[in-house]
Design a protein around this ligand. Structure first.
Ligand code: SAM
Ligand code: SF4
Length: 335
């Protein structure tokens, strides 16, 4: 039986069984909601975790009860040693998955399959080529769209992450849902969240309630099915009856799901974060390099986890810039 311990259980009795590892701070796209135009200060190369260090830290988490690992970034597929990372982590016997912008997916189909990855999350915020270039500051729409179709053909379970922004892509909600008519994919609409440098304000938010209003306005005749959410699910899941796929809303702003949070995040420079919205971090990489145990740092950070969104309990507190402008940009956290 797997050794378990309570170093991953916080003071609200939440068990952290899901580790998200950011592999890199850089990206081949430059999404406006994720990073500032001028970029972010990058960690010196030797401050980033090597593949051996990623493996060692991940193994420690698995020893204490982590059962699921997601690779993210920045763009995880631009790491030169991604093949080795996939191979090493696949030996840990956990559910391994990845979040990617899909620009390079066609080069990694075999490596992804060999690592046992079944489910892949791909970011796509618009189905319009020009709008894609506007939001990502790069002209890669065709490649990304073709790679999504490739992943579907290759039998991966594909979830599309779409960050909704008022007056930008809310008019595409139904177009995205219509993709689920013939494709067995899940479209996940994500409420736009505030991070350092992403010019967030409440007026740009498209809320869970607004998404569902649009859905009901369009599909008043066809029945919309509310699906059972999985335990620890961050999304509220739905389906248009008769369609192959489903859709969901991730409502981190208007309906936080912190009660059942089982996530912990490791940044590419080896810092542990107990919450997406937390500016507090615990350095695991330095003690690891100094030959020290990392469990005490993990325990300390998990114990310090707050009940809801690092203390931003209300919608009003979300609107105070000082509550989130000390946090990293999303690109350096790993969403
Ligand atoms: N490059 C990969 C990608 O785009 O899928 C992985 C990293 S990206 C930071 C992970 C996820 O974070 C993406 O699905 C992206 O849409 C989401 N994300 C980034 N900034 C966000 C924000 N301000 N609000 C909500 N989601 C955000
Ligand atoms: Fe890159 Fe993903 Fe951030 Fe877009 S959302 S800039 S693809 S890390």
């Amino acid at each position: 039986m797997k050794e378990t311990s309570n170093i991953l259980t916080d003071s609200f009795k939440r068990k952290h069984t899901y580790l998200r590892i950011s592999l890199i701070e850089r990206c081949n796209l430059k999404c406006t909601y994720c990073m500032p135009e001028e970029g972010i200060p990058l960690s010196p190369r030797n401050h980033l975790m090597s593949y051996e260090e990623i493996y060692t830290i991940a193994k420690t988490f698995v020893k204490h009860g982590v059962t699921k690992i997601r690779l993210t970034g920045g763009e995880p597929l631009i790491r030169k040693d991604i093949h080795v990372i996939l191979k090493k982590l696949s030996s840990l016997g956990v559910e391994l998955s990845i979040t990617t912008n899909a620009v390079l997916v066609h080069k990694y189909i075999d490596a992804l399959k060999d690592s046992g990855i079944k489910s892949i999350n791909v970011s796509l915020d618009t189905l319009n080529r020009e709008k894609f270039s506007q939001i990502t500051r790069r002209n890669e729409f065709e490649r990304v769209y073709q790679n999504i179709l490739l992943l579907i053909r290759e039998g991966f379970q594909v979830k599309i992450n779409s960050v909704l922004i008022k007056d930008f892509n809310e008019d595409e909600i139904i177009d995205f849902i219509e993709l689920t008519k013939k494709h067995p994919i899940t479209i996940r609409f994500i409420e736009f969240m505030p991070f350092n440098g992403n010019k967030w304000d409440m007026s740009k938010l498209v809320s869970y309630a607004q998404v569902i209003d649009r859905v009901h306005a369009k599909y008043s005749k066809e029945p919309i099915q509310r699906l059972q959410d999985a335990p620890n699910d961050t999304s509220k899941n739905y389906k248009v009856m008769g369609y192959q796929g489903s859709f969901s809303v991730i409502s981190s702003v208007t309906n936080p799901f912190c009660d059942s949070c089982n996530r912990i995040r490791l940044t590419a420079n080896g810092r542990l974060k107990n919450c997406l919205f937390s500016d507090g971090e615990e350095d695991l990489l330095t003690p690891l390099r100094n030959g020290k145990e990392i469990e005490p740092m993990i325990y300390k950070l998990i114990q310090g986890k707050k009940k809801i969104r690092n203390g931003m309990e209300t919608i009003e507190s979300f609107q105070e810039p000082e509550s989130h402008n000390q946090n990293r940009s999303m690109i350096a956290i790993g969403g």
